[in-house]
Design a protein around this ligand. Structure first.
Ligand code: NDP
Length: 240
C-alpha cells in the first residue's frame, strides 16, 4: 500500500507542485487548503488529488481534518507544512492583526499540524516532516518582520523536533525557497520582477517543481539519515 502524504496549502502554488510530485512518486496525497474552493475544485479535477479544507491556524480544525484524512486514506507518513501567508508592512505601520495572522498561520500552523500526527509517527517508527520556510526567515526582510520571525521560528522548530524524532524514525527538515515563479510573484509589475531577478545569481526565478523535487527527496527512504537540515534553494541569492 502506498504511503499517505499530507500537504498543507497543497492546491495552489508551490504546494500544488509538491502534491503532484509526491503523487507521481507513488504517494497517496491529501492536499489541504484554506478557502479558495474554486482553485481546489480545479486542482482535484486536473490531478485526481483529494482536497481538504481547514485552516492550519486552528488547532481543533487541524486535529479533526487529520482524523478525516487518516480515516479516508490511512495514517499520515509524510507531512509537508507548506501553507503560508504574507501581511507585509514596515514595522512602524504593522498592526497587531498583521503580526498575529502571520504568526498563527506560518509558525503556530506547524505546531497545529505536526502535534496531531506526531504520536502516530512515533508508534509506527516512521515519519517525515518537511517544513517550507523561506530565504526571508534566514536573512530577514524589511517590511516582513512578522513573516521573517515566523519563518525563522520554523527553522528552530525543525531542529528541535529533529532531535526528538530521530530515535523514533522520524526525520524533520526544512526547505528555504528564494523567489519562486508562483502567481504571487508573477503578478508583480514586470519592472519589479526584473529587479528581483537581477539579485539572483542564476538570473532567473525558481520553479515550484524545483522545490517539489527537494520535498520528494526528503520524503524518501533514501533521506533517512538527513534530519534537522535546511535545504536552501534560492539560485545563490543568500548563503547561510
Ligand atoms: P500561495 O499563496 O500561492 O499558496 C498558499 C497556499 O496556502 C494556498 O493553497 C492557500 O490556500 C494555503 N493557505 C494559506 N493560509 C492557509 C491556512 N490558514 N490554512 C490552510 N492553508 C492555507 O503561496 P506560495 O505557493 O507562494 O507559498 C507556499 C509556501 O512557500 C509558503 O509557506 C510561503 O511562505 C513559502 N515561500 C514562497 C516563496 C515564493 O516565492 N512564492 C518564497 C519562499 C517561501 P487557498 O488556496 O485556500 O488560499
Amino acid at each position: 500500500m502506498s504511503k499517505v502524504a499530507l500537504v498543507t496549502g497543497g492546491s495552489r502554488g508551490i504546494g500544488a507542485a509538491i502534491s503532484v510530485a509526491l503523487k507521481n512518486a507513488g504517494y497517496t496525497v491529501a492536499a489541504n487548503y484554506a478557502g479558495n474552493d474554486e482553485a481546489a475544485r480545479k486542482f482535484t479535477e486536473e490531478t485526481g488529488i483529494k482536497t481538504y479544507k481547514w485552516s492550519v491556524a486552528d488547532y481543533d480544525a487541524c486535529a479533526a481534518g487529520i482524523a478525516q484524512v487518516e480515516a479516508e486514506l490511512g495514517p499520515v507518513a509524510v507531512l509537508v507544512n507548506n501553507a503560508g501567508i504574507t501581511r507585509d508592512s514596515m514595522f512602524h505601520k504593522m498592526t497587531r492583526d498583521q503580526w498575529k495572522e502571520v504568526i498563527d498561520t506560518n509558525l503556530s500552523g506547524l505546531f497545529n499540524m505536526t502535534h496531531p500526527v506526531w504520536s502516530g509517527m512515533r508508534d509506527r517508527k516512521f515519519g517525515r516532516i518537511i517544513n517550507i520556510s523561506s530565504i526571508n526567515g534566514q536573512k530577514g526582510q524589511a517590511g516582513q518582520a512578522n513573516y521573517s520571525a515566523a519563518k525563522a521560528g520554523d527553522l528552530g522548530f525543525t531542529k528541535a523536533l529533529a532531535q526528538e524524532g530521530a530515535r523514533a524514525g522520524i526525520t524533520v527538515n526544512a526547505i528555504c525557497p528564494g523567489y519562486i515563479a508562483t502567481e504571487m510573484v508573477m503578478a508583480v509589475p514586470e519592472k519589479v520582477r526584473e529587479s528581483i531577478i537581477a539579485q539572483i545569481p542564476t538570473g532567473r526565478l525558481g520553479e515550484p517543481e524545483e522545490i517539489a523535487r527537494c520535498v520528494v527527496f526528503l520524503a524518501s527512504d533514501d533521506a533517512g539519515f538527513v534530519t534537522g537540515s535546511t535545504i536552501t534553494a534560492n539560485g545563490g541569492q543568500y548563503f547561510v
